[in-house]
Design a protein around this ligand. Structure first.
Ligand code: GCU
Length: 409
């Protein structure tokens, strides 16, 4: 429609480095009141909480209360998955609030032969059955975005889409390296459409409420909440030692926010998360705040809209989101052809966040010069820019696995 036209021209993306505005990077070590801090304790007592509150109130939105009940049920398990190398479990998780409930299924592959293993936990975009050809994996009946290549139509997944996204999930490589995988279809937690009548939000409404309040959660915060609920299960599953959360793109934004809000996650991997994820908003390169709020009005708190086209007024930027994860291991990854997600902005955010890793004596990114393509920097805070486009490739998983092996295994 003409309305959309004008908003899109208003937020025309810039891909020219020389047109990136001059801006001051909000300082990690100066509080909103101007107080300078120098130590990890001051970061934890003063600066970290106020930054967390900013992202909660003005970016992703606050979760309005706690669940009334949480339960889970093992649906099935089998010892002969992944060519006999892994055990598969499928677990139904039920969340209850205000006499309403929501169910989502967790698919787990765990390496056999080790008493407890670290796992990667990550949402998938179209259903657990798409990440593997395994015929036993249950097909989701939640709302699904149509996708011709994946053979999903009428907003429902069927047998036809089984195994269609195996390219994004190097499961056998994880298992061979001693890691497990836990994955969930994100649409079971909150369907990815601008409709607040369904999914997690609806459980929390007061009588007569139809959408979240201005400072309350959008879908990214709801997906992050779902990851924390999955963690409530995983920390009680004796087969699992540590949980590293992973997410691609919009689900990378959710993984970062989950990692920032819950320190039970031992590490975080952001794959091409871009605007509202790892990329600095103030660069206004590729996707911008105004553009993302226009295209995906349900992702962030409504309060975030005050910064549409006004990035210079943001009192904090995404390097400060990354810093909330410190000193836990964090991997930020970009792809060179994914300019929409601003690889350089993702890199610089990791570089600036390194200040806080330094407070804890952990190594981060020590140069502000973007590394060469396919030349990872793997410290506690890691970064790579891969050749190719917006995707998750074996190359990415190979890096995450080798890095995680050093840190978690
Ligand atoms: C769109 C959106 C991005 C997002 C991406 C994805 O391109 O603009 O912000 O990361 O979808 O989730 O694949």
């Amino acid at each position: 429609t003409c309305m959309m036209q004008s908003a899109f021209t208003q937020f025309e993306p810039n891909y020219d480095e020389s047109k990136v505005p001059q801006f001051e990077v909000p300082d990690l070590l100066t509080t909103f009141n101007g107080e300078k801090i120098t130590k990890a304790e001051q970061w934890e007592d003063k600066r970290r909480p106020e930054l967390l509150r900013f992202f909660e109130e003005e970016v992703y939105g606050r979760v309005p209360g706690n669940l009334d009940a949480f339960s889970f049920k093992l649906l099935e398990q089998d010892d002969s998955a992944v060519n006999g190398k892994a055990r598969r479990k499928q677990v139904a998780i039920t969340l209850e609030k205000n006499k309403r409930s929501l169910n989502f299924n967790l698919l787990l592959y765990l390496p056999k032969g080790s008493p407890s293993a670290p796992v990667f936990l990550g949402y998938n975009f179209h259903g657990n059955h798409t990440v593997t050809h395994d015929p036993k994996v249950l097909i989701t009946d939640a709302w699904n975005e149509n996708n011709e290549a994946l053979e999903i139509s009428n907003n429902k997944a069927t047998e036809a889409s089984r195994g269609k996204r195996t390219n994004r999930w190097a499961i056998e490589k994880m298992i061979d390296a001693g890691f497990g995988l836990a994955t969930i279809y994100y649409g079971e937690v909150d369907p990815d459409k601008n409709d607040f009548t369904d999914g997690l939000h609806a459980l929390f409404y007061k009588e007569g409420q139809e959408r979240p309040e201005t400072n309350e959660w959008g879908s990214i915060a709801a997906w992050a909440f779902g990851l924390r609920c999955a963690m409530d299960y995983l920390e009680n599953d004796g087969d699992i030692s540590k949980v590293v959360i992973f997410g691609h793109s919009r689900l990378g934004k959710a993984a970062l926010w989950a990692g920032a809000t819950d320190n039970r996650f031992a590490g975080v991997i952001s794959n091409d998360s871009g605007c509202g994820g790892a990329a600095l908003s103030k660069r206004q390169f590729g996707e911008t705040v105004g553009r993302i709020n226009h295209s995906f009005p349900h992702w962030f708190a409504d309060a975030f809209e005050q910064y549409n086209g006004k990035e210079e007024q943001l009192p904090a930027d995404q390097h400060q989101l990354l810093a909330l994860i410190a000193p836990r291991p964090l991997y930020v990854a970009s792809a060179v052809e994914d300019q929409w997600a601003d690889p350089k902005g993702e890199f610089l955010a990791a570089y600036y966040a390194s200040t806080i890793y330094g407070l804890y004596g952990k190594a981060g990114i020590t140069t502000d010069e973007l590394p060469a393509v396919d030349r990872p920097i793997q410290n506690t805070l890691a970064y790579h820019i891969r050749s190719g486009g917006h995707d998750v490739m074996d190359y990415d998983w190979e890096q995450y696995i080798s890095w995680a092996k050093k840190l978690f295994n």
